[in-house]
Design a protein around this ligand. Structure first.
Ligand SMILES: C[S@@+](CC[C@H](N)C(=O)[O-])C[C@H]1O[C@@H](n2cnc3c(N)ncnc32)[C@H](O)[C@@H]1O
Length: 291
């Protein structure tokens, strides 16, 4: 679906609102009407415009709305309610229903065994924490002064801010623009890149390598060819699930090329459950400055 953005022009009751269709490579602006003159006028026009656009597969959204890929994560309210009804933590509930019980704890233990927490970890940056199940396990391993998150699912992100006191950074979907270079001890992502395109993953990896200090760790997982044999592919197809790019396959050779360019050295790798298959973890250290 293409995205139709809208924004206000001017101030006060005589504001005009305009719309711009951004369906690459074309873009054009046109005036839709006055806002604020007659109460309810703007929302009535917006509603009518929404329904007309839906028929031609266009969606109306605010120009300054944060990037949000809601299809890439489970719904907030029902999940919180179901976990409470089951008397489980949200993380345990999610693992019981969508993944393998204990998998986040096991992953963090493997990270620890590969030296990720051997030195003090003062600043952490996580991409796509979702429910925060890996975040919670990370906080069992270290006590950072600042834990930044980049998360596109707004309800989950705000909930994590309240629950864990993490810092939510404006998330545009592929950069860590609000994190200074060399400021982070651990940049990590869990089961997020398998849901992103090849290019978004490459952009995020370059950003993770930029924000960590020399000696800092970059940990992530992608679905490499090692994770997708014929039987596993059959199992994925049989689930009937899969949304957006998930589970996107990333060639191992590309990962190795990226490590060389980004000055990351692989300290260890392992496969971890991601039902109905597995995902490939890489634990790396930044061995030199990128300047
Ligand atoms: C498959 S979920 C994994 C969530 C969590 N890490 C876990 O394993 O439970 C992918 C997560 O990445 C988030 N996400 C999707 N696209 C993103 C993007 N471009 N940038 C940052 N987060 C994104 C989703 O909202 C979701 O929280």
């Amino acid at each position: 679906m293409h995205c139709l953005t809208w924004h206000l022009i001017g101030h006060g009751p005589m504001r005009l609102w305009a719309a711009a269709v951004s369906c690459h490579p074309y873009r054009w602006d046109f005036l839709l009407g006055t806002a604020g003159v007659i109460p309810g006028f703007k929302s009535a026009v917006r509603g009518a415009v929404r329904s007309i656009l839906a028929r031609v597969n266009l969606k109306l959204s605010r120009l300054d709305a944060p990037f949000e890929n809601t299809r890439c994560y489970i719904p907030f309210k029902p999940t919180i309610a179901a976990a409470a009804a089951a008397g489980m933590t949200v993380g345990d509930y999610i693992e019981a229903h969508y993944d393998t019980p204990g998998v986040a704890r096991e992953t963090l233990a493997r990270m620890r065994d590969l030296g990720v927490f051997a030195e003090p970890v003062r600043v952490v940056c996580e991409i796509g924490p979702g429910s925060g199940r890996y975040l919670a396990e990370t906080l069992r391993m270290c006590s950072p002064e600042r834990y930044e998150i980049y998360e596109t699912a707004a309800r989950w992100a705000h909930w994590l801010v309240q629950k864990y006191g993490v810092v939510l950074r404006p998330t545009n979907g592929s950069t860590l623009a609000h994190t200074p270079s060399g400021s982070v001890d651990l940049a990590h992502a869990h089961k997020t890149f398998p849901a992103l395109s090849f290019l978004s993953t490459c952009r995020y990896l370059a950003e993770m390598a930029r924000v960590v200090r020399v000696g800092g760790k970059v940990v992530f997982d992608v679905v490499t060819e090692d994770c997708m044999d014929a039987r596993t592919l059959r199992d994925w197809l049989a689930t009937g699930s899969g949304y957006g790019e998930y589970p996107n396959v990333m060639p191992r050779s590309e990962i190795e090329d990226l490590f060389a360019r980004l000055k990351l050295r692989c300290e260890g790798e392992f496969l971890e459950s991601m039902k109905p298959g597995v995902t490939h973890y890489f634990v790396t250290v930044k061995y030199a400055s990128q300047d």
